[in-house]
Design a protein around this ligand. Structure first.
Ligand code: ATP
Ligand code: MG
Ligand code: FE
Length: 344
């Protein structure tokens, strides 16, 4: 079956077509350039940009795939989590298509879709897999028993997401927004062992309750204090070493907790998704530690890790094949959709 997926949870308008686990086309328009001027995502600006980009992006996808809209068997759309205004615009477009084509509509979970997109690249996920979804808005560890029907949340960040922490540290180092990719670039020329920054929630006292939760706000504050102290003393800030040591701390905690969860649950496949999985230090450390632990690591190429329509079409395709009941046409978008809710 041919599934059209629409993503509008944040600043990307994504439309894609998927047949089974085969991606036919993935069209994306982004309003990030507009937000960069403000140093953060402005929901109202994002909503307007989605409204303007929606029809052209649908037309682009349909045109490039060389299919007719009437061939679409189902429509999938992000129902949450995300920004309410942007989500509503995507849902409205998906409802209109569903009614116009008289085809089922599936409102799906954006975070689970970040893990599901890997199926388009690396083939079907095994029966049980661990998923680490890390982005600007999320850092969550999910136990995937069945991507279409059974996902449980083992842990999430208690404060900042990994990408968010990078963006905040980027701001304090005077880097442009979003700071994540800039810190990554600087870190490659720094010494990751130069400064020992704290690893949040890894102390023995935290382990009982928060074995698989993350916390990056203390780390961010530690970086700020370190930089302030040197600045006050009139010293030059070794930005490469700060970036490398900070990125090392984030990658260390993410990979250590994720691999511990794999061992605990007897899982030997790990999929990492979300925009932050572009991070070089996370990729390298995950590859090294998974190889040592005998875990099969799957990370899709970066263009599928950032927000896109392909991930939504992939999850729509998975739930359709699993025989999950379609959503009702009045699907409520949910800005804080629980990570265990796969479809609404
Ligand atoms: P969500 O998926 O949670 O709704 P989002 O749209 O903010 O949120 P993505 O677009 O998937 O998330 O990811 C963007 C985030 O990833 C930003 O915080 C950005 O700084 C970060 N990021 C992107 N590339 C890198 C990199 N190479 N190193 C570190 N961080 C990065
Ligand atoms: Mg984004
Ligand atoms: Fe996302």
């Amino acid at each position: 079956p041919l599934v059209l997926g629409i993503e509008t949870s944040c600043d990307e308008t994504g439309v894609a077509l998927v047949r089974g686990n085969e991606l036919l086309v993935d069209a994306v328009a982004s309003s990030m350039e507009e937000h960069a001027r403000y140093g953060g995502i402005i929901p109202e600006v994002a909503s307007r940009a989605h409204l303007e980009a929606m029809i052209p992006t649908i037309q682009k996808a349909i045109g490039e795939a060389d299919v007719d809209l009437s061939e679409v068997d189902a429509v999938a759309v992000t129902a949450g989590p995300g920004l309410v205004g942007p989500l509503t615009i995507g849902a409205s477009a998906a409802k209109a298509l569903s009614i116009g084509l008289n085809k089922p509509l599936y409102g799906v979970n954006h975070v689970i879709a970040h893990a599901c997109v890997d199926q388009l690249v690396d083939g079907p996920l095994p029966e049980r897999a661990m998923a680490l979804v890390v982005s600007g808005g999320h850092s969550s560890l999910l136990m995937v028993n069945d991507i279409a029907t059974d996902v449980t949340e083992l842990g999430s960040t208690l404060d900042d997401a990994a990408g968010e922490a990078f963006d905040k540290v980027g701001r304090l180092l005077g880097l442009p927004y979003p700071g994540g990719p800039h810190i990554d670039r600087l870190a490659r020329e720094g010494d990751p062992t130069a400064i020992r920054f704290p690893r949040g929630l890894t102390a023995a006292k935290d382990q009982a309750k928060h074995a698989y939760d993350f916390s990056f706000s203390g780390l961010k504050t530690a970086v700020a204090r370190w930089v302030e102290a040197r600045t006050d003393a009139g010293q030059v800030i070794p930005v490469h070493d700060v970036a490398a040591s900070f990125a090392e701390a984030v990658a260390d905690v993410l990979t250590a907790k994720t691999i511990a969860a794999c061992h605990k649950h007897g899982v030997d496949t790990l999929v990492i998704g979300g925009g932050f999985s572009a991070n070089s230090q996370l990729r390298e450390m995950a590859a090294k530690r998974c190889a040592e632990a005998g875990i099969d690591l799957r990370i899709p190429p970066i263009r599928y890790c950032t927000d896109n329509g392909a991930m939504i079409a992939a999850l729509g395709s998975a739930v359709l094949r699993a025989g999950v009941a379609p959503s009702s046409l009045d699907i409520p978008v949910d800005s804080s959709m629980p990570l265990t809710t796969i479809t609404v």
